[in-house]
Design a protein around this ligand. Structure first.
Ligand code: NAD
Length: 325
């Protein structure tokens, strides 16, 4: 018998890639989301369109035994969605409801294991004021002071997963993702993240033109290519380590360096105009000591490799979008 998995948020960026990976490993996969994947057919054996805030949907999707559940559904987006303050109530209410339901119903049905995708956004803002030496080791989470309500909800939900583990013996795995990117991710519309937004701007702008960047471009981040994120998720799920553990890249770059790398890949020379915009913390980088210690593995591929694949895909999207206008 094939092992069975449920992927919540299977219509999203990471979820749709995860479904493909699980299928290639021989799992029977049910996906659930408010929508089908935007850029490709789902690879799932069964795909339920449903709202995970609704407990009746959980009754319906858990009508059989699942060896593994991946809970990726969340109301989220990039800085343009998370840091303006305009979506705070929805972000907290919607994602918390999904996680409340997930834990109650998965415990009741006795599923095998559940994976929860937390985020680097739960780390305290006071440790991320430096562009060169931010502190993001797993044990630096407290005293808590995330810089967004999105981060607070992640921290609350992490604690809820750990409570169900402690009190009800639910087998949980918690990862804190750090800026995952790759092909078939949102690249326009306001919810896209920095790598996709910059790839789009570079692809849309003729050589010699100008692109806009929020802030002074000196804020630092690290970006992890989707394939290594999936590898980390699968390794964590197969391990006996509960987490929380960072899944991210340690190759920290400034947004200016990221933009320059994308211009090089595109073979374009563009000038940068700095404009005010939502920024988030000043510096952020993954700390991979714990994942290395617990799983004997950590992401290691260069940023440039993933960016080349992502730029190529976004460039094609931009071309077909223009054609269809
Ligand atoms: P995504 O927005 O592409 O996917 C999330 C999916 O959840 C979407 O398809 C959305 O429709 C679905 N969803 C939202 N509300 C729902 C509801 N009520 N019922 C059913 N489905 C619902 O995001 P992603 O980049 O694939 O991220 C997946 C998970 O990883 C999220 O929990 C996110 O917070 C976390 N994460 C992602 C990153 C990143 O860089 N992508 C970083 C840190 C954490």
């Amino acid at each position: 018998m094939n092992k069975t998995t449920l992927v919540c948020g299977a219509g999203g960026f990471i979820g749709s890639h995860l479904v493909k990976k699980l299928k290639s490993e021989g799992f029977w996969v049910r996906g659930v989301d408010l929508k089908y994947p935007e850029f490709n057919q789902t690879a799932a054996d069964d795909f339920v369109i449903g709202d995970l805030r609704n407990p009746n949907v959980w009754e319906k999707i858990l009508d059989r035994h699942f060896d593994e559940v991946y809970q990726l559904a969340a109301d989220m987006g990039g800085a343009g969605f998370v840091f303006t303050g305009e979506h705070d109530a929805d972000i907290m209410h919607n994602s918390a409801l999904i996680n409340l339901n997930a834990l109650h119903h998965c415990t009741k049905k006795g599923i095998g294991k559940i994976f929860y995708s937390s985020s680097a956004c739960m780390y305290p803002a006071y440790n991320q004021e430096s562009t060169t030496s931010p502190k993001l080791s797993e044990d630096s989470a407290y005293p808590a002071a995330p810089d967004s309500e999105y981060g607070w909800e992640k921290l609350f939900s992490e604690r809820m997963y750990l409570s169900f583990h402690r009190n009800y013996g639910l087998n949980v795995r918690i990862a804190r993702f750090h800026n995952i990117f790759g092909p078939e991710g949102t690249w326009k519309g306001g919810r896209e993240k920095a790598p996709a937004a910059l790839c789009r701007k570079v692809a849309e702008t003729p050589n010699g033109g100008e692109i806009e960047i929020w802030g002074d471009g000196e804020q630092t981040r690290s970006f992890l290519f989707i394939d290594e994120c999936l590898e980390g998720m699968r390794r964590l799920m197969d391990s006996d380590f509960t987490g929380p553990v960072n899944i991210g890249s340690e190759e920290m770059v400034s947004i200016n360096q990221l933009a320059k790398m994308i211009m090089e890949i595109a073979g374009k020379n563009l000038t940068i105009k700095y404009i005010p915009g939502p920024l988030g913390v000043r510096g952020r980088n993954s700390d991979n000591r714990l994942i290395q210690e617990k799983l004997g593995w950590a992401p290691s591929r260069p940023l440039r490799e993933g960016l080349e694949k992502t730029y190529k895909w976004i460039e094609q999207e931009v071309i077909s979008f223009k054609k269809n206008l």
